[in-house]
Design a protein around this ligand. Structure first.
Ligand code: SF4
Length: 722
């Protein structure tokens, strides 16, 4: 049983989260730093450049890094305060082993012996696949690559997946289906060249804040900005047009935009004929999506649909951006395909100022999905069930192809597998499923059923409280490596300081474990760059080809865009130039999309739609940012955003508490009454655990292709709390 060994109150008292407000030496300490280290902010896929100031081997502050071209010195609140993690009192400084009365400190040999024994016990009794690995999309490329190889070559389990399953997988699947490659089509520098920009389900101002600057630069040049979102998020407040789509109806709305473009002749027939296939089926389907019909489905006025289509269809250049708002659905892939259909049909791709991007939310959301830590994927985006891909990777790893497991379970289905008894043991790194996964009580019950659970982390996350052994790993600024930004640019993360106490580098911990299960020469690395060299070699000729990227070239060019197939290749900032796509015939694929309703719609008992998302001062499950005082001060606890019309019906004003109930559970939280949300919808940010967790309410329904949960729509009841 893996119940927490202490009460939550006792665990919080011992391991946090506690707020940390000041750098080492306090705010009054004006001594100059010993050195400045150029690296990147870890808190979103923009990966802003930053200089960390180091004194006495501790990070004491930061300075802008103005030469890095993506953010030119700018940072958002998370970037400004991120360094306060380094000297945090909650930092795990030694391995911890569960006891009857809590956790005790252990030395490394004992802790690794216990993890090895726990894995062997589970695998010998229940089979190799009964032990699963959960990994993360905030890890560096090197660590993402290592985790996939660790699971498949050392543990030989098929069950490895990552928390990007909650993030970019719908867009990734759609990108591969349509384009044959999964990467943003354009560098951000193309944004200011667009005459029209559509932002669909992307809260850029809060989740990717520095990207706002690119929208403003486009606006300064006269670009029209259209927001598709049930909430008027910060960038929407200066938009030309907001389409306040009813949650779960995005594909109908996108079909409606294409319908108008078709009817008005704003279609690039030449581009379609020479560079795509499958348009006829799309044309047939979208003919039925008249603005009037779409208005009744999506809750957006027909005249607004006509205006948005005109702004897009008549523009010479245009960029379409989206994020989790259209992706976190049981039809997330279809929503993305409907967006791609609009882009392809109007020929707005592969040229300066013309393109399509999904904005990855996690720090290494892009690279984290390329290097083989997904349940169905080998390095370089290769398919684990493709015989040729398996043969090639096995050869480059020096293993027999038969030794490589087949496809495993996505992380969103692992909890069910634990409940069924198919998975009995787990190793987790960079993932806090108790806060992140939908239907939190179901996740808690699954964790309590595990026979062995090990965690690698630098803080005691809510999930780590259930562990048998916790191995203290490394913070972003303690490790070397690379990450791939949301625009596809591979950048260098630099080590500013060593891990404190007995904490160790993640990759060293994983290699130590791997060598207990596999011959040493399968994991022969003596530094991170050794892993990167192998990654490059294994990726050669694959879709995500990193072969021509070296640490030195990254430094020299301020990052290198993949694909970069040769050492003398400069990288590929803009994909699809000349209308050449990555399917074997060079053509992009249209996919006809019929609108389907969400998995759980409103009814008399649960008449309000709940949608969830992020706030600017918090990152994902909050395990890091809920410990940083100035960030918590900005937004101390989740609030239920609701429109004044709904607030009047419920009988509450801002600050009063409401009970929000779904078929899975309930939360009681203060409300925020605002006109920036649809009257039929409430919004709750998801960064908090326990009684404040939005994921007590969400449901486990998944997209059939990407297996992403439907975080953006479920039915709830809202009442004034007693
Ligand atoms: S925009 Fe993203 S990468 Fe830049 S400072 Fe903010 S959180 Fe960090």
């Amino acid at each position: 049983m893996a119940r927490p060994p202490l009460s939550i109150e006792d665990l919080v008292a011992a391991y946090g989260p506690r707020l940390h407000d000041a750098p080492p030496g306090g705010w009054e300490d004006r001594r100059p730093p010993d050195r400045r280290v150029r690296t990147h902010c870890c808190f979103c896929g923009v990966q802003c450049g930053i200089q960390l100031k180091v004194r006495d081997e501790r990070v004491v502050g930061f300075e802008p890094w103005e030469e890095f071209p993506v953010n030119r010195g700018m940072l958002c609140p998370k970037g400004v305060k991120r360094y306060l993690q380094g000297s945090h009192p909650d930092r795990l400084l030694a391995p911890l082993v569960r006891t009857d009365g809590g956790f005790r400190e252990a030395d490394w040999p004992e802790a690794l012996d216990l993890v090895e024994a726990g894995i062997r016990r589970v695998q010998e009794r229940w089979g190799r696949d009964a032990f699963a690995v959960l990994s993360g999309a905030s890890l560096t490329n090197e660590k993402a690559y290592l985790m996939g190889k660790f699971a498949r070559v050392a543990l030989r389990t098929k069950n490895i997946d990552y928390n990007g399953r909650l993030c970019m997988v719908s867009a990734g699947a759609a990108n591969r289906m349509a384009f044959g490659i999964d990467r943003a089509a354009n560098p951000w520098s193309d944004l200011p060249l667009a005459e029209t920009i559509i932002v669909a389900g992307a809260n850029i101002g809060e989740c990717f804040p520095v990207l706002t600057d690119y929208l403003w630069r486009a606006r300064d040049r006269g670009a029209r900005l259209i927001l598709i979102d049930p909430r008027i998020t910060p960038v929407g407040r200066t938009a030309d047009l907001v389409l306040p789509v009813r949650p779960g109806r995005d594909s109908a709305l996108l079909n409606g935009l294409l319908h108008v473009c078709l009817r008005r002749g704003w279609i690039d027939r030449d581009f379609i004929a020479h560079h795509t296939t499958g348009f006829e089926a799309v044309e047939r389907v979208v003919r039925e999506y008249t603005p009037e019909r779409v208005a009744s489905i999506a809750g957006v006025p027909a005249v607004a649909i006509e205006r948005a289509a005109e702004a897009w269809g008549t523009a010479r250049t245009g960029m379409f951006l989206h994020a989790r708002g259209i992706e976190h659905h049981t039809k997330g892939v279809e929503n993305c395909l409907a967006a791609i259909n609009l882009v392809l049909a109007t020929g707005k791709i592969g040229r300066p100022g013309c393109g399509y991007s999904t904005i990855t939310g996690q720090g290494n959301g892009q690279g984290g999905r390329e290097h083989g830590q997904r349940c169905n994927q080998l390095p370089s985006g290769r398919d684990i069930d493709n015989p040729e891909h398996r043969r090639l990777v096995a050869e480059r790893w020096g293993v027999c192809e038969e030794e490589l497991p087949g496809p495993g379970l996505p992380s969103t289905q692992m909890m069910e597998a634990i409940h069924r008894g198919e998975i009995r043991g787990l190793l987790s790194i960079c993932f806090n499923p108790l806060v992140s996964l939908p239907d939190a009580e179901h996740t808690r019950a699954a964790l309590e059923k595990l026979e062995f659970f090990a965690v690698i982390d630098f803080f005691m996350s809510e999930t780590a409280r259930h562990a048998d052994v916790i191995l203290p790993g490394s913070l972003h600024e303690e490790d070397e490596g690379t990450v791939t930004t949301a625009e596809g640019r591979v950048v260098r993360v630099r080590q500013a300081v060593r891990p404190p106490g007995k904490a160790r580098l993640d990759w060293e911990i994983v290699c130590d474990l791997a060598r207990r299960f596999a011959p040493w020469d399968r994991f022969p690395y003596s530094c991170v760059e050794d892993i990167f060299r192998e990654l490059r070699h294994v990726s050669r000729g694959g879709t995500c080809d990193y072969y021509g990227i070296t640490y030195e070239k990254i430094e020299r060019q301020h990052g290198v865009f993949w694909p970069c197939p040769e050492l003398d290749h400069p990288g590929t900032p803009r994909l699809f130039e000349g209308g050449r796509f990555y399917h074997p015939d060079g053509r992009a694929r249209f996919h006809a999309v019929e609108y389907r309703p969400p998995a759980e719609d409103v009814d008399e008992e649960y008449p309000v739609i709940l949608t969830t998302g992020r706030v600017v001062s918090q990152y994902l499950s909050g395990s890091q940012t809920r410990r940083i005082g100035p960030l918590v001060e900005q937004y101390p606890e989740p609030r239920v955003e609701m429109h004044p019309e709904l607030a009047a019906r419920v009988g509450v004003a801002t600050g009063e508490r409401v009970r929000v109930t779904s078929r899975r559970g309930e939360v009681i939280l203060p409300c925020l009454v605002t006109r920036t949300i649809r009257p039929d919808t409430v919004f709750i940010p998801y960064h908090w655990p326990g009684e404040k967790s939005a994921n007590r309410l969400t449901l486990r329904a998944l997209d059939p292709v990407s297996k992403i949960p439907e975080f953006k729509v479920c039915a709830v009841r809202v009442e004034k709390a007693p």
